[in-house]
Design a protein around this ligand. Structure first.
Ligand code: FAD
Length: 305
């Protein structure tokens, strides 16, 4: 199943993102979470791509096993970091040989310990170039790309960032997934600006339930997402009580999702009659928060089928 076909026929779609684990214990947690979330019948699950060699092979192995053993459609993330064009082509061959044709094309973050992206020898500089390479020879890939409601940290301005996003769409991105955000107004404004310059592809909001205060402070600092004062204040009050943080995070994310999915969603640019195209959950390999949000949405009889 190609994600673009699913998006054309079903709204909303739901997806979960996982990371290749680095330890045996992490491996067990990943598969337990995948099995738990598979019960919710997501439209697809995605697996991130690391900067180091071994985690890259892991991405391929994991998406292959998801497809084979769980019967869920996987999407492999792929980045330009440290790879020549030929190496990227070989990775794409590896995906095809596992029956995987959904790819999230990214420039990638610099490897741990490095501060800026360095183009590999005979490699690529931008995600748009990777999208073009994936579409070489028309091998039937469906390609997603990343977008940034609060602007990519390296972009000189929101308008330049949006223009660069348009380049990715023009290169053949079939859909977009946003960086995490906690304020739906930020998302709606971004979608309005994207539609205004002619970006028409589906934009899936990326939602991360807060489950750990220090972790979310770290992530948001790196990716440039803001934490609304109301959420920050609440997290400040309960930071050393993991149960309270869990429920505050779930509750915030569930409200976000419900408002995004509601047909009367505030923005006319997210197809008001249908709400958003779907939700992509950043799970960090843990299932309870995403499961709880799903149940809340189900009980609220929101747009889940
Ligand atoms: P690009 O689209 O190439 O943009 C990078 C920067 O260059 C931006 O500032 C952009 O405005 C600018 N730019 C783009 N094109 C041009 C141009 N032609 N001329 C001048 N400037 C330009 N990272 C990983 O390492 N592995 C993952 O698996 C991963 N998964 C992710 C999933 C999602 C949903 C998201 C939102 C991010 C993910 N990331 C991942 C992080 C991502 O790699 C970083 O945010 C990275 O810094 C940018 O990647 P990009 O694909 O958006 O890059």
């Amino acid at each position: 199943m190609l994600i673009r076909d699913r998006l054309a026929h079903k709204r909303p779609v739901f997806s979960f993102e996982f990371l290749p684990p680095q330890t045996e214990k992490g491996e067990a947690v990943l598969w337990r979470s995948l099995e738990n979330l598979a019960m919710l019948q997501p439209d697809f699950v995605s697996v991130t791509y690391g900067a180091g060699g071994s985690t890259r092979t892991r991405t391929l192995e994991i998406v292959g096993r998801i497809k084979r053993d769980l019967g869920i459609e996987p999407m492999a993330h792929l980045t330009c970091v440290g790879a020549s064009r030929d190496e990227l082509r070989r990775t794409l061959d590896g995906l095809l040989s596992r029956g995987i044709r959904n790819v999230l094309a990214l420039r990638g973050d610099p490897p741990r310990g490095e501060t800026s992206f360095v183009q590999a020898a005979d490699g690529l500089r931008y995600a748009s170039e990777l999208i073009a390479l994936i579409h070489e020879h028309d091998r039937g890939f469906c390609v997603g790309a990343a977008c940034y409601p609060e602007v990519h940290p390296e972009a000189p301005s929101p308008d330049v960032d949006l223009k660069n996003l348009q380049t990715k769409v023009d290169a053949g991105a079939d859909f977009l997934i946003t960086q995490l955000f906690f304020d739906n107004a930020v998302f709606h404004d971004f979608v309005r600006r994207a539609r205004a310059i002619g970006i028409e592809v589906p934009i899936l909001p990326g939602i991360m339930p807060v489950t750990n205060v220090a972790q979310i402070e770290r992530f948001t600092k790196i990716c440039g997402a803001s934490i609304p004062d109301r959420l920050r204040g609440r997290l400040g009050e309960i930071a050393d009580d993991p149960q309270e943080v869990f429920w505050a995070g779930v509750s915030w994310a569930a409200h976000q999702c419900r408002a995004l999915l509601e047909p009367s969603s505030q923005s006319p640019f997210v197809r008001p009659e249908r709400g958003v195209a779907g939700i992509h959950f950043y799970t960090l390999n843990k299932s309870p928060a995403s499961r709880a949000i799903f149940e809340i949405l189900r009980l609220a009889r929101s747009a889940i089928g």
